[in-house]
Design a protein around this ligand. Structure first.
Ligand SMILES: Nc1ncnc2c1ncn2[C@@H]1O[C@H](COP(=O)(O)OP(=O)(O)O)[C@@H](O)[C@H]1O
Ligand SMILES: [Mg+2]
Length: 303
């Protein structure tokens, strides 16, 4: 049996609407599973509720209905089992890059002496390809470096789950590319469970084991989990030549252009295509076919 680290059950979130007594149901009945060590990204149009889901998993927001369990326990606020990376770095401006990571590590392991803290930070900074300029404060670092420090800090906490909300959203394409490489490297070393929001389809395919596709709000839902069965290690240059790459890419683009609207508010009434399921391309988000015997043959068929 796969081991699920994060599990959402009938998750819903509503905010008060513009008129008195009115409710804006952002999403409802959202069910998904994240397996230990899995890299899952989430794509959907702006405003569908991606950040709200991530913030609920982070414990920064409360659901209106349903719940999220981490390692079998209902979330009740932020915890040591989860770390978050946001789009805009949240480094402490008065501390150097190195000290930003040291500070978080020291808070996590207060008994460690300063040499141990520093060595631990260095390990993760170097996995994020950071060795120069570590004595500079955030304002003196490039945007890419700031995000690298944020990622190094989050991984240095060695939490079971890492949550990333469009961590590269504010970066130019070239910087974005190289920082994706670093993220792959650091994740491959640590094999933590990652839930990441992105709006970049190629980035999602490069990084993910599965990609959650969200319908438009209100009453949004995760309609599908696209399986990325392209073998690892992957790199940006080669992945586009994989025979399955454009199947997956076109499927996601088609979803974003067309079906995210058609399915809006209506996910339960439109079943996933049986053919696509048989081909091993899409699954409901609460099933991980890569790890279930019943589905192995279909995955092999695509290899
Ligand atoms: N604190 C809040 N109060 C009222 N509405 C909110 C609040 N936070 C988010 N929303 C609404 O919830 C919806 C989803 O927001 P969000 O999760 O940020 O979407 P996404 O990350 O997919 O762009 C939006 O319509 C947004 O206006
Ligand atoms: Mg968002």
């Amino acid at each position: 049996m796969p081991e699920y680290v994060v599990k959402s059950d009938l998750l819903g979130k509503s905010f008060p609407g513009p008129k008195r007594g009115e409710e804006n149901v952002v999403f409802e009945n959202v069910n998904f599973r994240l397996e230990r060590g899995e890299f899952v990204t989430c794509i959907g149009h702006s405003g569908c509720g991606k950040s709200t889901i991530l913030n609920i998993i982070a414990g920064l927001e409360k659901p209106s209905s349903g719940c999220v369990l981490v390692d079998g326990k209902t979330i009740d606020g932020p915890g040591r089992d989860r770390a978050v990376v946001f789009q805009n770095h949240s480094l402490l401006p008065w501390l150097s890059a190195q000290r930003n990571v040291d500070f978080a590590v020291k808070a996590r392991w207060p008994d460690w002496d300063s040499d141990t803290v520093r060595a631990h930070s260095r390990k993760y900074l170097s996995l994020a390809s950071l060795s120069d300029g570590l004595d500079r404060k955030p304002h003196a670092l490039s945007g890419g470096m700031r995000q690298r420090v944020g990622i190094a800090r989050a991984f240095a906490l060695e939490t079971e789950v890492l949550l990333m909300d469009e961590p590269f959203g504010a970066l130019d394409a070239l910087t974005r590319g190289s920082i994706q490489d670093e993220l792959i490297k650091i994740w491959s070393e640590t094999r933590k469970t990652v839930f990441m929001i992105t709006h970049d389809v190629d980035e999602a395919i490069l990084l993910s084991d599965r990609i959650f596709l969200m319908t438009n709000g209100p009453r949004a839902n995760i309609a599908e989990a696209v399986v990325v069965d392209i073998p690892r290690p992957r790199n940006r240059g080669d992945i586009i030549h994989h025979p399955g790459y454009y199947d997956i890419r076109n499927h996601i683009i088609d979803f974003l252009v067309q079906r995210s609207k058609e399915l809006s508010g209506n996910v339960r009434s439109i079943p996933l295509s049986e053919v696509q399921i048989e081909q091993g391309l899409v699954y409901p988000p609460d099933v991980n076919p890569l790890k279930t015997d019943a589905c192995r043959s279909s995955v092999r068929m695509r290899a």
